[in-house]
Design a protein around this ligand. Sequence first.
Ligand code: SF4
Length: 509
Amino acid sequence: MSSTYLGMPGRPVFGDGNLHATEAFPTAARRELGNAQLRANLGHATHTIRDKRLRVVAELPDWEELRDAGSAIKESVMARLPELLEEFEANFTARGGKIHWARDAAEANKTVRDLIRDAGADEVVKVKSMATQEIGLNEYLEEQGIAAFETDLAELIVQLDHDKPSHILVPAIHKNRTQIRDIFLREMPDVDPGLTNNPARLAEAARVHLRRKFLSAKVAVSGANFAIAKSGTLAVVESEGNGRMCLTLPETLITVMGVEKLLPSWQDLEVFMQLLPRSSTGERMNPYTSLWTGVTEGDGPQNVHLVLLDNGRSAALADEMGRSALHCIRCSACMNVCPVYERTGGHAYGSTYPGPIGAILSPLLTGITSEENASLPYASSLCGACYDACPVKINIPEILVHLRAEDVDSRRGTRKTPGQMDVAMKAASWAMGAGRRMALAEKALPLGKLAAGPDRKIKKLPGIAAGWTQSRDIPAPPAQSFRDWWGKERGKSAPGENAPTITRQKEKE
Ligand code: SF4
């Protein structure tokens, strides 16, 4: 049995593959914001899903207790991950399955390729899997001469259009029905040329297209939503039934799963089977739940493999504040309520994981110093809607702030001369450190009024502050400061004016 030392890595092994953004979020977001069709599609889809979710969540009187239970289970899993992984490995292999450990995307991809070649296949069917998207499996297999066919309807649409997914649950959320019909007409051989954009007709066209693949495939590749350590069981939760076809028809089944997906027992699964469908699709129960434990002679795949993927998870686990990002069950509720995601769409985040969870998970898996991912923690208004929606109570805003601090710290001292932000922050800290200095700064308020002009709006600020006025105006400062008002009303000194300064207190200490 192999052993693992998660949380205590000798050196942090950061993730690679499709976790890395290729351009900074502000640049990508600006471009995406110019796409009015994308914004309309996203606005419609996210509002529909979140209204549905709110309705089914309101039906459960113990919803908050379920969230607490989900959070507590995940916290305990992270605390004893190495032990649970070993328990899972023992039970999975005892039932005829084979485990392969992969430190990063390259190792995982190579393992899957070798297994497909050993099975004598040059094409595979796939059930939607975030882990295989994360490692860029499809692209890698294509380079190796192996064709991978996505069987989830939304994934199929994205694949046929040579596009990238933009949502965890609804990868083609940025496309409308007419766009999908056009893709099918263009890319599907033998499709009915009279195909309309009616959802039932589109689903039928996809079903006919996929059935041929299901029946001829010797190998399937899947992800997994959960893994039960006590019995060595894997679980896939889905809506279309395509997953079940992949998991039962081929001779060889290869699952790629992040190490954090473990649950100790079946009782723990019960909590997540209530949390996940309601949070993701707004359904009380998902239509298909497939569970498999190793190999059963004469029934289903006879070669069952599991690639257990680290790819930066041990580095995330080692971050005390950030590790709860690994609690994520990929329900996508956080992105459906995020005002930033709703306007920019998933592509702006660059990584496989978009939205609020992507803004923390990607930099945690790759390291905050990883090129463009450092801009992701700033892709948030910190409104807290994601925290309220998350079924496992991941405090995303808190982790965003923590990662912003890490980003600033990582760049501290790398510049020879202080930047505009350093100077501005130093000046603000000096002025706000003492009531008298603040009072002096407030004397400049009339200047702000002057700059605002007759319409009482400041439209353009200079230097680094120009970012604020690029997309909004700043209201003119009030004619009178609170300090002045207080002094006039109470006839004595303004609050804080005679208070000792912070710097003086610090000096005394
Ligand atoms: S962070 Fe929470 S809300 Fe967002 S996808 Fe993960 S589990 Fe769902």
